[in-house]
Unconditional design. Structure first.
Length: 298
């Protein structure tokens, strides 16, 4: 047998005995690509993005209706607080941005809850090669999807609103002053699917997860905050609850009045509120990771 044939045989045996292990970054990229392809193939994804586009354009077209006359008279203009709340889909008045309920259903709870419901989780694990990578890819794709959708919708709203104000002959609002609250809003929208994904992993139900996220800022935080304040007298506990902190982060009014402050439910500084919400989302995502791996093994 020639040396050339022997070397080829040894190389083939070595390749079969020691499979090539992809780098961690490559494996994560493959997992993200797999989750994105699966999400992109759903009609609900494009239905939500289409609805979000229509709502964003409608927000911009109706922006001139938020113009108010100054107390000392003069031409009506849109205050920064009204501008921010409108472009954020009334995040303060509705306790959670309207587009959050749309995006969370697809990008937050959908990828995790659907695979348990349709019993496709094992297929995803075998395709990706790691349960931890599968979970991380779902959260990463959800966060990037929500960030992209929110950013595009925000850009459409700004463009349509600026055009509508110009057509009506109204002055442009103070756009630079709205930059900070709108940036914090995008960060909140990025971490919201992470929080929702962790919750969906724990409860394994899209309906329960979505209802929890809807009722959480509307009722649960209010009831819990009042209960804690009545028992311990620590009224400031309500300010540190997750969605109250998120509303404080997205607030665009420098000195909100009493009614707006009551709607926000928190006296935290914007950056403190943002950090608090992101911390809650990260902790819940970690708990969801533990639940995801435990239930995957059972």
């Amino acid at each position: 047998m020639s040396p050339l044939v022997t070397n080829e045989a040894d190389t083939a045996t070595h390749d079969r005995a020691v499979p090539v292990v992809p780098l961690a970054g490559t494996a994560l990229k493959r997992a993200v690509d797999f989750e994105w392809l699966r999400l992109k193939g759903l009609r609900s994804t494009w239905a939500v993005l289409g609805s979000l586009t229509v709502l964003a354009l409608l927000n911009g077209v109706l922006l001139p209706m938020e113009a108010a006359e100054p107390e000392r008279g003069g031409q009506p203009f849109v205050e920064v607080a009204r501008l921010v709340d409108t472009l954020q889909f009334n995040a303060i008045a509705m306790q959670l941005p309207l587009n959050a309920w749309l995006l969370v259903f697809v990008f937050g709870t959908g990828p995790i809850a659907s695979e348990f419901r349709h019993r496709t989780a094992r297929t995803a694990w075998l395709t990706v090669g790691s349960r931890g990578l599968s979970y991380a890819a779902k959260l990463l794709v959800g966060a990037l999807g929500a960030l992209t959708g929110s950013t595009v919708a925000l850009g459409l709203g700004i463009a349509a609103g600026s055009t509508a104000l110009a057509v009506r002959g109204l002055p442009q609002p103070d756009w630079p002053a709205a930059f900070g609250p709108l940036l914090r809003y995008l960060i909140v929208m990025t971490f919201l699917p992470i929080l929702a994904g962790g919750l969906a992993s724990l409860v394994r139900s899209r309906l329960v997860a979505v209802l929890s996220i809807i009722l959480w800022p509307l009722l649960l935080e209010r009831i819990f905050g009042l209960a804690v304040a009545s028992v311990t007298g620590a009224d400031e506990v309500r300010s540190w609850l997750p969605f109250a902190a998120a509303r404080a982060a997205m607030n665009g009014a420098e000195q909100p009045d009493g009614f707006t402050r009551a709607l926000i439910g928190s006296d935290l500084a914007p950056l403190t509120g943002l950090s608090t919400f992101c911390f809650y989302a990260t902790v819940l995502a970690c708990c969801g990771w533990l639940g995801y791996r435990r239930r995957a093994a059972s």
